[in-house]
Write a protein that binds this ligand. Structure first.
Ligand SMILES: [Zn+2]
Ligand SMILES: [Zn+2]
Ligand SMILES: [Zn+2]
Length: 312
């Protein structure tokens, strides 16, 4: 705290606010990271042929097998050059295509992306991370600094607050009702059919207390805490279908999605899920000051529109 700032450049530090209990990662160099969103486009480090612009790759799917850091990959993983957590922050490049969003890829390509999510979650949990969170940002308004569609993997030494709170809710619900909170939600005990977007091995619905307009959650119909055990084609189909419907209904609004899966040393109940948050509005003082969301679209109305878009 007393050293000059330049001695901190590149060093990352995890800090917890003792009053709010919320975590902050201090990443002094992150403000200097390159961006091509909204600016003239420099060479894209995620396009085939530009592999030398990224740190050496951590993983890739190549068919036929070829040397690392050469073109010919289908999905490529590289450490984040401007990492929030040393060793535990990676970028998963969805495909060689600079412009194709998930819903513009083939289902086989999306299944590859899902399989890579599973592989990297497994890698980091095996390496001793407490929790692994996979996220995707689309659009500058959703925090994306590079246009080439990609996801990010964050392996953390502690439970992120959100996951911690979810684990508490799962435990509380089971203690009270002897059942899995998410199984109940998926089975529609309190929300379906008016909140259902589509059914299947992975179900999509708009939560009754959505925090974002057109927010969609995906979870397996069969109880499963660990995303690594999911059938990749089922997840791919659901993710593709949900993102297609959201893109149609929101005219391609910026969005984030994130995966919550079981952390290491899971002792209580959990059920993996993906939360998709279109970003039609900006978080403002009320949301930041209270942690209470303002939803501008009724989730039942959102479900009606998304159901129609997913069907057509
Ligand atoms: Zn690119
Ligand atoms: Zn469950
Ligand atoms: Zn969650």
């Amino acid at each position: 705290m007393t050293e000059p700032l330049d001695e901190h450049a590149g060093a990352t530090e995890l800090r917890r606010n003792a009053i709010s209990g919320k975590w902050t990662v201090l990443v002094p160099k992150r403000g200097e990271r390159p961006t091509d969103v909204g600016n003239a486009r420099p060479a894209c480090p995620f396009c085939p042929g530009n592999e030398a612009l990224t740190p050496p790759e951590a993983d890739a799917f190549r068919d036929p097998p070829a040397a690392a850091d050469s073109p010919g990959w289908r999905v490529r993983v590289v450490p984040n050059k401007y990492s929030a957590f040393a060793g535990g922050h990676e970028v998963i490049v969805h495909s060689p295509s600079h412009d194709a969003q998930i819903e513009e890829l083939t289902l086989d390509q999306v299944a590859d992306v899902v399989r890579m999510y599973q592989r990297r979650v497994d890698f980091h949990l095996q390496a001793g991370a407490r929790a692994v969170t996979v996220i995707a940002n689309r659009g500058a308004a959703a925090g994306s600094s590079l246009a080439h569609p990609h996801s990010q993997v964050f392996a953390t030494p502690m439970l992120p607050s959100l996951l911690h709170d979810e684990l508490d809710e799962f435990a509380r619900f089971r203690n009270r009702y002897g059942a899995c909170l998410m199984c109940e939600a998926v089975a529609g005990a309190d929300e379906a059919p008016s909140h259902l977007v589509f059914d299947g091995p992975v179900v999509a619905w708009t939560p009754a207390a959505s925090r974002f307009a057109y927010e969609v959650w995906l979870a397996p119909a069969e109880h499963e805490a660990d995303f690594r055990r999911a059938a990749a084609p089922d997840v791919a189909g659901a993710l593709w279908r949900a993102l297609s419907a959201i893109a149609r209904v929101t005219a391609g609004a910026p969005l984030n999605y994130w995966l919550h899966t079981a952390p290491n040393d899971l002792t209580g109940p959990f059920h993996w899920h993906i939360e998709i948050a279109p970003r039609l509005t900006t978080l403002a003082g009320f949301e930041l000051g209270t942690d209470i969301a303002i939803a501008i679209v009724d989730p039942e109305q959102a479900a009606r529109e998304l159901r129609a878009a997913a069907a057509g």
